[in-house]
Design a protein around this ligand. Structure first.
Ligand SMILES: [Zn+2]
Length: 202
């Protein structure tokens, strides 16, 4: 029997120093990365700027705002996001804490709930791709259709991707709703982002 909802009790932790460089990551985080087709060694992470791992410029800017807010002593910060797999919608929660003594920021994320779904090839890292491009929001995992951002399943139908062998290449960015939420959190914290990403419909 396949459970609709599964529990993952792990907390995934990484920590950055005053210069924004990664100084620690826990075993659960490394295991989670490997499970998501990103088998990275601890030696490839430690000492590198966190921003090296955030592809989208706007999202880097927003993370900079959030970290600035924490360092100003106005934390902790908490927000919801999605970290999906091809066959699962994973609803996550991030907690950002500031260690004033060490001047370090700790990022703790955990799975709030998991919904199984039929596998979405578009979310596979190695899917056969053509020249088309599709933006996926790093935070809510919706897909940019130009006029609106929709769930991957809706994008596949609207773009008739189920008919094609080759799929667009995907790239991570940030949708206007999530950008607004994160910017609002950076300005107003310490409050929780109350609107779960999953409930948003375009
Ligand atoms: Zn979004």
């Amino acid at each position: 029997m396949r459970l609709f909802q599964q529990i993952d009790p792990r907390t995934f932790v990484y920590r950055v120093d005053a210069r924004g460089r990664l100084i620690a990551v826990n075993d659960a985080w490394l295991a989670f990365a490997a499970e998501n087709d990103w088998p990275i060694a601890v030696g490839d992470i430690i000492g590198r700027p966190l921003m090296d791992f955030i592809a989208d410029e706007h999202l880097r800017y927003l993370y900079g705002l959030l970290m600035g807010r924490l360092r100003a002593g106005r934390g902790p910060l908490r927000f919801r996001y999605r970290c999906d797999a091809p066959d699962a919608r994973r609803h996550m929660e991030m907690l950002m804490l500031y260690d004033k003594t060490e001047r370090e920021i700790e990022f703790q994320s955990r799975v709030v709930r998991i919904e199984r779904r039929s596998p979405q090839d578009l979310l596979r890292i190695d899917h056969p791709a053509d020249e088309r491009r599709l933006d996926i929001c790093s935070s809510c995992k919706r897909v940019d259709l130009g006029q609106q951002w929709v769930e991957v399943e809706d994008a596949v139908i609207r773009l008739r991707l189920f008919e094609s062998e080759l799929l667009p290449r995907t790239r991570h960015s940030i949708c206007p709703d999530c950008a607004k939420d994160l910017a609002g959190l950076a300005k107003s914290g310490p409050a929780s982002s109350s609107r779960p990403a999953a409930s948003r419909r375009a």
